[in-house]
Design a binder for this molecule. Structure first.
Ligand code: ADP
Ligand code: MG
Length: 264
């Protein structure tokens, strides 16, 4: 667990960088800041006149270029936490920073712009557009950002090669395996070089071998591209490959203990 992301408070940096990760990242002006910081996050849902307390005080920091795995039983609040980390949902209390930017200080429009420009999401289901090819799906974020068409195409192809799908550019989602679809979803999520990639049980629908490939990809993105990744998972193997592992339990995060992480 040395240098791993961990529950944090105050100013301590929760994770160290692999050598050179900082240099590979474009995000100038925010160097030295953790990629993600959450402080005092609370979230509840109204349920039949009562409050369902899902998060009751989450503090964490994730260093740049590291991969944090978040474990936790179904219903423990992993998705809620990732949604709040990515500005898809707001906490009842607490603050979130991505790089130097406080997400919780942004209004709805600025938040949406920030999400599109600086965050990447991968979900359990790929959400690819069925009528478009792999290449066109991965070009979408660049097109939405109104980058030049030639540059968008070139970058999308580059990232598809990076995820091992350079020979599948013209395939539609229905012509790809489940594992390949998820790798296209990862390519789409990272094509604009997001500061933070959030993945919510991305291998949940995959068989063992495809899950393993996807996990290796996420680990490689952190190690080789300096991509910060936070992934909610049930998968022990992915947790064993992560820079750090936190368990969401009783509305808070804690470091994984040995019996949860036998393979580490
Ligand atoms: P996990 O991803 O760990 O399975 P979730 O974050 O999806 O957990 O959900 C945590 C708890 O909050 C669950 O008990 C779930 O039923 C509840 N919950 C999630 N979203 C809502 C919502 N929009 N309204 C009410 N309850 C919700
Ligand atoms: Mg979930």
């Amino acid at each position: 667990m040395d240098g791993a992301p961990r529950p944090a408070s105050g100013a301590s940096q929760g994770a160290s960088n692999p050598a050179g990760a900082e240099e590979r990242l474009a995000g100038a002006g925010t160097a030295g800041q953790p990629a993600l910081r959450m402080a005092g996050i609370a979230k509840s849902y109204p349920m039949g006149g009562k409050k369902l307390e899902v998060l009751t005080g989450v503090d964490l920091e994730v260093g740049r270029g590291t991969l944090l795995a978040i474990l936790g039983a179904s219903g423990s609040g992993k998705s809620t936490l990732l949604h709040i980390a990515g500005g898809l949902d707001r906490p009842d209390a607490g603050r979130v920073w991505v790089g130097g930017q406080e997400l919780t200080a942004l209004g709805a429009e600025a938040m949406a712009r920030f999400r599109a420009a600086r965050l990447g999401f991968v979900f359990q289901f790929h959400h690819l557009l069925p009528e478009f090819t792999a290449l066109e799906n991965v070009m979408m974020p660049g097109r939405l950002a109104r980058q030049g068409e030639a540059r968008v195409r070139e970058r999308a192809a580059e990232v598809l090669w990076l995820v091992g799908l350079g020979e599948r550019l013209e395939h539609r989602p229905s012509q790809l395996s489940g594992g390949e679809q998820q790798r296209v979803a990862v390519a789409r999520a990272i094509v604009n070089r997001p500061e933070l990639l959030l993945a919510d049980e991305p291998s949940g629908n995959l068989d063992r071998d495809n899950a393993a490939r996807l996990h290796e990809l996420l680990v490689r993105l952190a190690a080789e591209q300096g991509q910060t990744v936070v992934v909610a998972t049930h998968n022990d193997r992915l947790a064993s490959l992560a820079s750090g592992v936190l368990v969401l339990d009783g509305g808070k995060v804690r470091p994984a203990v040995t019996e949860e992480m036998e393979n580490r």
